[in-house]
Design a protein around this ligand. Structure first.
Ligand SMILES: [Zn+2]
Ligand SMILES: [Zn+2]
Length: 207
């Protein structure tokens, strides 16, 4: 089934839930998750330096690996979860609630990050997975991952809230506007185009 693209509106917002509490929770000020993630990363990074035997360069390497893996998770989630094909009504509802609404109201600043409660659950789940997989290395790896997440949120917010800067970062503005206004099935990377180049989703498809 071909995805019918929603026409992006230049301003405004929309009620997502009938339940007033859910509706309120669906709106987030960007500074809340960003601060939360930066603090989480700082505390665990401090723990890695002070409470483990890992050498500084190992901690640095794990941090960089966490950042890189985050950019992949960001790409993969945006492409395969947020843009899941709406083949059933349930899938369509899920797609619209988690991401379709952002494509319809890309300038609604209160809906540029997932609700903090959900974000904390997701973050703790990721830390748990990393801890099971790599033990105490997770104390250095996770800060890279979660700071990558904070960086992604800031980039995504800036791209939608501010005009493009006159430097190399302008490319991020151009890339994301291709995804929003030209072809929603390409250019999934927001914080970097790396994985779009790896998986060949950088080019606008010929229709
Ligand atoms: Zn966007
Ligand atoms: Zn999208």
């Amino acid at each position: 089934m071909e995805v019918t693209p929603v026409k992006p509106k230049n301003s405004g917002s929309k009620q997502l839930f009938k339940n007033p509490l859910l509706e309120k929770l669906s709106r987030t000020h960007i500074s809340v998750p960003v601060t939360l993630f930066l603090v989480m990363g700082a505390v665990l990074g401090w723990y890695a330096f002070t409470h483990t035997d890992m050498a500084n360069w190992i901690i640095g390497l794990l941090f960089a690996a966490g950042l890189l893996i985050f950019t992949f998770v960001e790409y993969w989630t945006h492409r395969n979860v947020y843009h899941i094909e709406p083949t059933t009504p349930m899938r369509a509802k899920f797609q619209y609630t988690t991401h379709g609404i952002h494509h319809e109201y890309p300038k609604d600043k209160a809906r540029l990050a997932m609700p903090p409660i959900l974000a904390v659950v997701v973050a703790v789940t990721f830390f748990g997975i990393f801890f099971v997989l790599m033990g105490e290395a997770a104390y250095a790896f996770f800060p890279g991952f979660i700071w990558g997440y904070a960086g992604y949120l800031l980039v995504h917010y800036s791209v939608h809230a501010y005009p493009p800067p006159k430097n190399v970062f302008k490319a991020l503005w151009i890339n994301h506007s291709i995804h929003h206004y030209k072809d929603g099935e390409v250019v999934f990377g927001v914080s970097s185009p790396l994985w779009d180049y790896v998986f060949g989703t950088m080019e606008v498809r010929k229709k």
